[in-house]
Design a protein around this ligand. Structure first.
Ligand code: ASP
Length: 432
């Protein structure tokens, strides 16, 4: 008797295979032109990038329809405001915990004390980071079409919420539109399912490409920094999130993590919280049981403003570089780092590598040499993948807490192990 492998497990296997094959290519086939040209820069690159594009393609329409449904489902501007304020405060609080934890652990372990700077290989030229005043002004789109075209999440959220509130105010017309939005949302969810069916091959190619380029050799000189970041990510995920999920959302953290698994896999392979939004939404709504009225708002909002994993990397990186350059940081500078990391997390979208750009801003503020970022550049992609998993888990944790407070969490769905298992594609076909 053959046991059917679930799609999630297939994706997981593809991920492992990609990791192994990519690493093998990195070790044995760096110089093999055929493998590099046809596989790494060919098949892996093309399919992997096409898959990320397909995921990104889902984000804007899904967030739009889902948010319209969410706002219309809530039906009360006061409640909407409450969800907004609660999630915003919780996002800031969890990021604050994350960066504080990272600083405490990094100061205690002191990575980088014995580091010799000759090991520096990569040059880092800081891209300008957006001024923070602009971050707030730019929440209001001067041209919503442009916001949609660029996928500017905060602007889209702002416009869609305003639009949906207006729908609520226009009575019957608004209600008809809401019905349509609900149907469109349903269809979009189905599009997500369609794209997910290609996930095993997409994830395989993404992993194989990344690991054939990265390899583990890069980590060796950076092992101190690398392992402190991982330790802090684990502490925050297993410690802080488990505690918050069980105390405030009254959910079993183990089940919570298990149900988040598909989203974790996507976050890890894409290193982008934004591209993972469709999967995070599905996991929260269909597997964990959070109602669309909460998740539709908190998930895209969190993917944009909440980055606990990124804040952790920034905390450890600051201490590491300060140690390498033998610069003493004082209490005021540490407090500045906490504040800057929270602001940086709010001000940047969840896309790969953005954490480093924001790190430059933190360094400038506390007077650390920005070129020091060149030291950690080589291992950043791997850490990016891991911190993105923590970033989206933070979004999900806050979503569950808010949903529990609002009474929009369905425990029956949460406790059903079969709920929301990713459906496989069955295209409608004519029978003979
Ligand atoms: N890749 C991260 C995310 O999308 C952001 C970062 O840390 O660079 O959440």
């Amino acid at each position: 008797m053959t046991k059917k492998i679930s799609l999630t497990n297939k994706i997981l296997i593809a991920m492992g295979l990609g990791l192994v094959i990519g690493s093998l290519i990195n070790i044995f086939a760096q110089e093999q032109a055929i493998i590099q040209d046809y596989f790494v820069a060919g098949i892996f690159y093309v399919i992997g990038t096409a898959f990320i594009n397909a995921l990104k393609m889902l984000v804007v329409p899904l967030v739009t329809f889902s948010l319209i449904c969410g706002v219309c489902g809530i039906g009360d501007v006061g409640v909407l405001g409450r969800i907004g304020v609660k999630s915003f405060l919780l996002y800031i609080m969890t990021t604050g915990i994350a960066i504080t934890l990272a600083l405490v652990v990094a100061i205690t372990i002191a990575p980088g004390k014995d580091f010799t700077r000759q090991q520096q290989t990569t040059e880092f030229v800081a891209k300008p980071s957006p001024p923070l005043t602009d971050v707030f002004i730019n929440i209001i789109p001067s041209n919503p079409i442009e916001a949609f075209a660029e996928g500017n999440m905060l602007q889209i959220i702002f416009f869609v919420i305003l639009f949906a509130i207006a729908m609520l105010m226009t009575g019957d017309i608004g209600r008809q539109l809401a019905d349509t939005a609900e149907k469109l949302n349903e269809v979009m969810m189905q599009v997500v399912t369609l794209v997910m069916d290609f996930a095993p091959i997409g994830v395989f190619c993404l992993m194989a490409k990344t690991f054939s380029e990265q390899g583990f050799a890069l980590i060796v000189p950076m092992i101190g920094y690398f392992s402190v970041v991982i330790l802090c990510l684990l502490l925050h995920a297993i410690g802080t999130f488990s505690l918050l999920v069980s105390v405030f959302a009254k959910l079993n953290p183990l089940t919570f993590f298990k149900k988040m698994r598909p989203a974790h896999i996507f976050a890890f392979s894409t290193a982008s919280s934004n591209a993972t939004i469709p999967i995070t939404l599905q996991a929260l709504e269909k597997r964990i049981g959070v109602n669309n009225t909460t998740a539709a708002f908190t998930v895209p909002f969190g993917a944009t403003i909440n980055m606990d994993g990124t804040a952790i990397m920034q905390g450890v990186a600051t201490v590491f570089i300060a140690n390498v350059y033998q610069i003493d940081l004082g209490v005021t500078q540490y407090i500045t780092i906490v504040g800057m990391s929270i602001l940086a997390s709010i001000g940047t979208a969840g896309v790969p590598g953005v954490g480093l750009i924001m790190l430059a801003m933190v360094f400038n503020q506390v007077g650390l040499p920005v070129e020091g970022i060149g030291l950690i550049l080589g291992v950043d992609r791997l850490l990016d993948m891991m911190r993105t998993v923590v970033n989206i888990t933070g979004d999900a944790t806050v979503t569950c807490i808010v949903a529990r407070g609002e009474g929009t969490l369905d425990d029956a769905i949460f406790n059903n192990p079969e709920a929301g298992t990713i459906p496989e594609l069955h295209l409608p076909h004519k029978t003979a």
